[in-house]
Design a protein around this ligand. Sequence first.
Ligand code: GAL
Length: 430
Amino acid sequence: MVDTRTLTRRRYVLTTATLGSLALAGCTDDEDGDDDDGAGGDGDLEIVHWWTAGGEEEALTALLDGFGEEHPEIEIENNPEPGGAGAAIDAAIQTRVIDQDPPSTFQIWPGEALRPYTDADALEDVSHVYDEDAEDAYLESVLDAASPEGEVVSVPINIHRLNNVFYNVEAVDDAGIDVDDIDSPEDLLDAFAAADDAGYTGLAQQTQEPWGVLQLWEVVFTGQHGVDAFESFLAGETADLEDEIHESLTLVEEYSEYFNEDAGSVGWDEANADVITGDAAFHHNGDWAAGQYQAEGDDFEYGEDWDYIAFPGTDDVYTMVMDSFVMPSNNPTPDATEAFLTYCTSVDAQERFNPLKGSIPPRTDVPTDEFPDFSQDQMDDFEASSEQTVSIAHGSGLNPEQSSEVEETFAVFTDNWDPDETTQELIDIF
Ligand code: GAL
């Protein structure tokens, strides 16, 4: 099993100290991102990402196929760094950026996660890859997240919703649960207990990596206390939120009684597989989990075999998790990278990628009539949402230094399940 504490600490040290010293040393690339010889690079387009789970792999393949149709002359080196929510990618990328040996492009969350790179001048301005149509069509909030310092440094390709609860229809029916009666995070605990009584795992969960319980706490907290309180947490006003933090941690601890027994040794997709087999009733996750169900094909149908509700208490909220690609400086293949980023801004790319991924496109002009019913429903939910926020576990909410400290706190919490100590730790981070 991975030692998450070591991993997250390492992530923190690399982020703040090492990338920072790269900027101080002034050893980043020339302004235009070309190779020193100006040749534009002639190697393969190396793409580093963490999309290897069911649904995610299919979505990436569809994207790369579409790109390949437009640019058959470009060879792709598909170089995954597996680990849900980027658990392994940070350390790998940062080491390569420091060694001035970055890949052509890599997956990163827009928003705060970009900051160590922009602070170190390690990313090129990519505003020119958006043509006028793209600029008009992108949701403004998404482009803002792609531009933490004002200039656009990344190309977002999707918007996931984090605050979902997925369920196996048969298991939930068999346990006599009516999901329409689940109005609060506390009601959800009762539903887990009912599922458990009927012989199912209440909540299929992974605790192997700390982001799983961190994101669960984020949505429980939002469900109990609202988006304003959650954003006060992001703003560091934790001392005023002691009771709220404690209440939500206590409930998460109670939820943990209903996790699958192997929660500590499985990834998110392995936990979610228990919902597919019908061993588990519920799963909380971003809607990449829906991508995994869809990858099962006709055997596991939306509405019949699986379904979802918004996390109780967050009906009107859309907690956004986005992914994007960037142009690292010292780019080994600047022309091919630019072609790829340009493609990612396109309607064609976003139309191919999002339905399989379980996400919705950040461009507002993508024809979605052919999208599966689940995607249509998520788009309606997005339209209907009155509040949008972001997540700590998925990089957009806090700077990486603070995110790592929060993750570390949750790595300890998933071991001691102590709400008192964890509340204090969370307050002390800020
Ligand atoms: C998120 C990412 C998603 C999905 C998920 C699970 O951070 O934005 O696209 O991959 O992690 O690994």
